[in-house]
Write a new protein. Structure first.
Lengths: 245, 194
């Protein structure tokens, strides 16, 4: 395996080997060992420092991811529940949103309550959770009454009466056709002669009852405005609104 | 009579001990470094002295090698002895180059080689001079050739060991050794005056 090396060169290589493989001096060996231990100590401190600093970016990274995921999830829930219909799991988001809108400074509470009531009425017409929608509309209208202006001829009052009439109409359609069904108020005749339900099965006796035209569309009665709508005007037999003034 | 089973078991135990020592050193544990130091410091010192011929310089380079090894041991993947030894030599080789580049370094008188008292001082001086001549003859070699000659003729490594640790074929190592020895021989041969 080894190539031939002439004796003269071999002797010089052997001298080189012997000269190089001398035993290291003791003090130099100890000095090197101590230097190595110092380097280990420094390296350990740096390792701890690096691990501390390395932990923070990892933590921050995870925190950033978690925060982003939370924001995205919250935005998704808010978007999905913005106009969630009653009965939906996200309806609470919509209720919270409406509550926030009412709490905002400068908000027109009467207007907002009426808008919320009209939205509920629209949902009731669309058939999404009819009873809950009507109940919501009733609550919003009851809240709107307390916020309406003192001037009963104001436009908001007209709007309120129209919404109230719509609500009653919807509630009447919700009642069962069975005449033996219990009723909390005397039946009122309608334009088709069938007994109608109570003026308000949801809102109680204090809510005004509208009169109806022959086509069945509700129309507000101007007589409610004088006493704040605490009367229950009797419906007109002919199906036309009864002018009180 | 040599008990081969004992010898094999001892070798295996030594290999396991070294592997564990490397693992401990990579975790920054001093006892692992102690094992590595005891095992490889003489070789590293011999490698540096073979290149430099200056005891003090070889000691400095050996120390620098182990200090540098502390910070770079994470890069060591193969924990087997030849690989670990080659890794130390690799660091030492570059420390030698760094030392030679700092050519302006003052030679300390204390670093000069003072041979131990021996029966024949003349023989010691001649050995020292022969070694110095070989080192001088290696000046024109490439760094790889010098590394090869040290491994082969100072550290007594076989061609296969050198081939495995330098990632060359045995044939390539043999060829390189042939060229390196030829260059050394030519450099050592006195030139004829015309």
């Amino acid at each position: 395996m080894n190539e031939f090396i002439d004796p003269g060169l071999w002797a010089q290589l052997d001298a080189w080997r012997a000269n190089s493989r001398r035993e290291p001096r003791r003090h130099a060996r100890e000095r090197a060992y101590d230097a190595m231990l110092d380097a280990i100590a420094v390296s350990s401190r740096q390792r701890v420092r690096r691990s501390v600093f390395a932990f923070r970016p990892r933590f921050a990274h995870a925190g950033l991811l978690a925060a982003t995921a939370t924001v995205v999830a919250a935005a998704s829930v808010a978007a999905a529940g913005w106009n969630a219909p009653p009965g939906s799991p996200l309806y609470m988001v919509r209720a919270a949103r409406q509550g926030v809108m009412l709490k905002l400074p400068g908000a027109d509470d009467a207007m907002l309550h009426l808008e919320f009531a009209e939205l509920s009425l629209a949902e009731a017409r669309d058939g999404s959770n009819l009873a809950q929608s009507l109940a919501d509309a009733r609550i919003e209208l009851a809240a709107a009454v307390t916020e309406l202006p003192l001037d009963h001829h104001a436009a908001l009052w007209s709007r309120y009466r129209l919404d109230e009439a719509t609500l009653l109409s919807e509630e009447r359609g919700l009642e069962p056709d069975d005449p033996s069904a219990p009723s909390t108020a005397a039946p009122r005749p309608t334009d088709d002669g069938t007994p109608a339900g109570a003026g308000s099965s949801v809102g109680g006796d204090d809510t005004p009852s509208p009169t109806f035209s022959g086509s069945g569309s509700p129309s507000p009665s101007s007589s409610w405005g004088d006493d704040g709508g605490h009367h229950s005007p009797s419906p007109s037999p002919g199906g036309t609104p009864r002018p009180d003034e | 009579m040599i008990d081969e089973s004992d010898s094999g078991g001892s070798s295996l135990e030594e290999t396991t001990r070294l592997t564990r020592a490397v693992g401990a050193a990579q975790r920054g544990e001093a006892h692992g470094w102690s094992v590595l130091f005891e095992r490889f410091y003489p070789d590293v010192h011999a490698y540096a002295l073979a290149r430099l011929g200056d005891v003090t310089a070889a000691e400095d380079v050996s120390q620098d090698t182990f200090v540098a090894a502390v910070t770079s041991i994470k890069t060591l993947r193969d924990r087997r002895e030849p690989a670990v030894q080659a890794w130390f030599f690799h660091i030492c080789r570059y420390k030698v180059i760094d030392h030679l580049r700092r050519g302006s370094r003052d030679r300390d008188v204390a670093g000069a080689y003072f041979p131990r008292p021996a029966a024949d001082p003349t023989a010691i001086v001649e050995t020292h001079l022969d070694a110095a001549r070989v080192r001088s003859a290696m000046v024109d070699l490439t760094d790889d050739q010098r590394d090869l000659l040290i491994r082969r003729f100072v550290l007594d490594q076989s061609l296969e060991e050198v081939a495995s640790t330098t990632r060359r074929s045995v044939g390539a190592v043999k060829s390189m050794q042939h060229r390196a020895l030829g260059a050394v021989r030519r450099a050592l041969t006195p030139k004829r005056v015309a």
